[in-house]
Design a protein around this ligand. Structure first.
Ligand code: PEP
Ligand code: MN
Length: 296
């Protein structure tokens, strides 16, 4: 079933001239690298878990403690947030510099590495002191100066796919990071925009077909984020398991101690108990059909 002649979606010419660094050099070429002691591209499927937003110090400490004991490899959470609408009330206010500081303190205390979003060049240095991976959000996938500046730090970078972009455009963004000599580049699928999916229960459509499509042409690890795609916690378990079956190299999940009271997108996070049972299910499935594992 393997396609030994990649390029169904992307031409050989593009692979050679547009993203020579992101493209596989040969059929079984796969990037393997370690971030904060966690290996990407090998037999482990790293799990990123945490709230949408770094709401408070207490929340982040509670999340770090719980997800670490359940077995997550990275803690996620945005302190600088690309919120879709500009109106803020107290609950929705970004915690910005304070949020980054809390992520750093929780990381130290519970020994769990961190991934958080960078939206503006001027904060790269400050965020880099805490974050083990710099996250480029969906909305900034084509902000090439931001990607270039983040890549220059030589910190690992995760580029979330814009919800309206092709695989070709996504790889172009990765190429901007790779050309800076930064080899720790991760891609993240987080749902694409299809007009009829934009209902209360499903804001985006999780494009799992892009996982094997990307694996055909690039050696970079592909993470899948079903939380942002489904926008609906009841669909997280089936879509996380399907992501693993599709060949994902990592999974990002929104996890919150009190999902209904999450400051942002309260329909999408899962609680600790559901996260724990999903971790066991993902581990079982990974071993059974992918020869991979979730627990270290
Ligand atoms: C996030 O992961 O916090 C986020 C804002 O995701 P996206 O950029 O995919 O919307
Ligand atoms: Mn979000």
């Amino acid at each position: 079933m393997d396609n030994k002649f990649p390029g169904k979606d992307i031409s050989d010419e593009d692979l050679k001239t547009k993203f020579p660094l992101a493209a596989k050099k040969k059929y079984d070429h796969k990037s393997k690298f370690t971030v904060a002691g966690v290996e990407f591209g090998g037999d482990l499927i790293p799990i990123f878990a945490g709230p949408n937003m770094v709401e408070s110090k207490d929340l982040i400490f509670d999340v770090a403690k719980n997800i670490k004991s359940i077995g997550a490899h990275f803690m996620r959470g945005g302190a600088f947030k690309p919120l879709t609408f500009p109106y803020r009330n107290k609950k929705y206010t970004e915690t910005r510099e304070d949020g980054i500081k809390w992520l750093g303190l929780a990381k130290e205390k519970y020994n769990i590495p961190v991934i958080t979003e960078v939206m503006e060049e001027k904060y790269i240095e400050m965020i880099s002191e805490v974050s083990d991976i710099l996250q480029i959000g969906s909305r900034n996938m084509q902000n090439y100066p931001l990607i270039t500046a983040c890549a220059k730090t030589q910190k690992p970078i995760m580029i979330k796919r814009h919800y309206g972009s092709s695989l070709r455009d996504w790889l172009g963004s990765a190429e901007y990071a790779l050309i800076e000599g930064n080899e720790k580049v991760i891609l993240c699928e987080r749902g694409v925009s299809v007009p009829h999916t934009h209902r209360a229960t499903s804001r985006f459509l999780l494009d799992l077909q892009v996982v094997p499509a990307a694996q055909e042409v690039t050696h970079l690890p592909i993470v899948v984020d079903p939380s942002h795609a489904t926008f609906w916690r009841a669909w997280i378990k089936p879509m996380a398991l399907a992501s693993i079956a599709s060949g994902a190299d990592g999974i990002m999940l929104e996890v919150h101690p009190d999902p209904e009271n999450s400051a942002v997108d309260p329909l999408q996070p899962i609680n600790y108990d559901d996260f724990k049972s999903l971790m066991f299910q993902m581990d079982k499935l990974s071993k059974l059909i992918m020869d991979k594992k979730i627990f270290t």
